[in-house]
Ligand binder design. Structure first.
Ligand SMILES: [Zn+2]
Length: 372
């Protein structure tokens, strides 16, 4: 293997590590780092790490502490520029210099204005060779939630929708659950790698859902649950409220809800955020997403039904769409799963590209990705 091939191989390994932390590192990005060296013609990985739950320690710190003295003169691949700002701990760029790393391969510059090239500059000033931009597209996809939070003041949004073979989400007031066990597993896995799940209050009223990750061994990775609820209609005895001591529940409300109702809900442990309304009297989703980004959320899975899905698409805030189609027909008039505002966007090949459909259990899944 030549040097470039080794760099790329190590970066792919670091990206795999970074993906492991998705959904658990907010408000920080999930980063991966690998340290390797050549000894007597042998390639040896001496350290690896990814951002730990809650955002600390950082990936570079994990990898450096694993490598110890072996970091001296070694190479490091990292999926995002090492941080340069002093937070609760000294910046990773300084730790890398101190550990004696000889060469750093970095996938992309950190868009955070506190870093923005400053990490690479610290390394170069210390005489470390820095190769920036390797596998930048892949790294951008892994870091996309963090990038949107910084650059667009909104989290990344994945829409999940389920429909019958004839295109319905179900009958009025009740949402269809995806049909196969495999699809359910996939949805629960998606819950775990997002920071939050978002639904409209209609889903809460119709289904009284838990919105937790129920995969064995992954229960503790249940994300924050967010309800878009203009008039604060979420019932006080709903599961989302009753279980908010275990898994956080945040409700985004409009400006006209009485302070008494807000206090009542807060006394149960629910986090309430007021946001503005749009001209049609609905919650201003852009404003709600800005508030969520300010609170540190980088990745949202929307399971909120057709109306919320369409509204998010029309606010131009949707990054990926997953549509599960069951082989069964509803066979009568129901609620359309993919409303026209969403359909027009995902079928516009300048805005989204669709992967080949895959079979998941009995269902067919089509994955649409926003073109950056
Ligand atoms: Zn760092």
């Amino acid at each position: 293997m030549n040097a470039t091939a080794i760099d790329e191989w190590m970066m792919r390994h670091a990206l795999t590590l970074a993906r492991r932390g998705l959904g658990r590192t907010w408000p920080n990005p999930s980063v991966g780092a690998v340290i390797w060296r050549m000894e007597e013609g042998q390639l040896i990985i001496v350290g690896r790490g990814f951002t730990q739950s809650g955002g600390r320690p950082h990936a570079e710190t994990m990898a450096l502490s694993m490598a110890g003295e072996a970091a001296r003169g070694a190479s490091m691949a990292v999926t995002l520029e090492p941080c340069a700002h002093h937070g609760k701990t000294p910046p990773c760029a300084e730790a890398i210099v101190k550990a004696g790393i000889g060469r750093v391969v970095s996938a992309m510059t950190d868009p955070d204005p506190r870093v923005d090239g400053g990490g690479h500059a610290i390394l170069r000033a210390a005489g470390i060779e820095v190769v920036a931009g390797l596998l930048a597209d892949e790294a951008r996809a892994v870091n996309l939630g963090f990038i949107h939070k910084i650059v667009d003041q909104r989290p990344l949004i994945t829409l999940k929708l389920a429909q019958t073979a004839d295109g319905y989400a179900g009958v009025t007031g009740r949402q269809l659950m995806v049909s196969s066990a495999n699809s359910k597993q996939r949805v629960h896995l998606a819950r775990a790698n997002h920071d939050a799940i978002m639904v409209g209050v209609g889903t809460v009223l119709a289904d009284n859902p838990d919105l937790t990750c129920r995969l064995p061994g992954m229960m503790q990775f249940s994300p924050v649950r967010i309800v878009i609820d203009t008039h604060l209609s979420t019932p006080i005895d709903s599961r989302l409220v009753e279980t908010c001591g275990t898994v956080p529940t945040w409700i985004m409300i409009g400006p006209n809800v009485s302070e008494k109702s807000v206090e009542n809900m807060r006394s149960k442990g629910v986090i309430i955020e007021r946001v503005s309304l749009d001209p049609s009297g609905h919650l201003n989703l852009r404003d709600a997403l800005r508030v969520l980004a300010e609170k540190g959320i980088t990745r949202i899975l929307s399971e909120g039904g057709p109306l919320l899905a369409e509204a998010l698409a029309e606010a131009d805030c949707v990054d990926t769409v997953e549509i599960f189609t069951s082989p069964d027909r509803l066979g009568r008039e129901g609620v359309l799963a993919v409303r026209s505002g969403l359909r027009q966007r995902i079928e516009n090949q300048q805005l989204f590209y669709a992967d080949e459909p895959v079979t998941v259990g009995r269902d067919r899944l089509v994955h649409y990705t926003r073109i950056m």
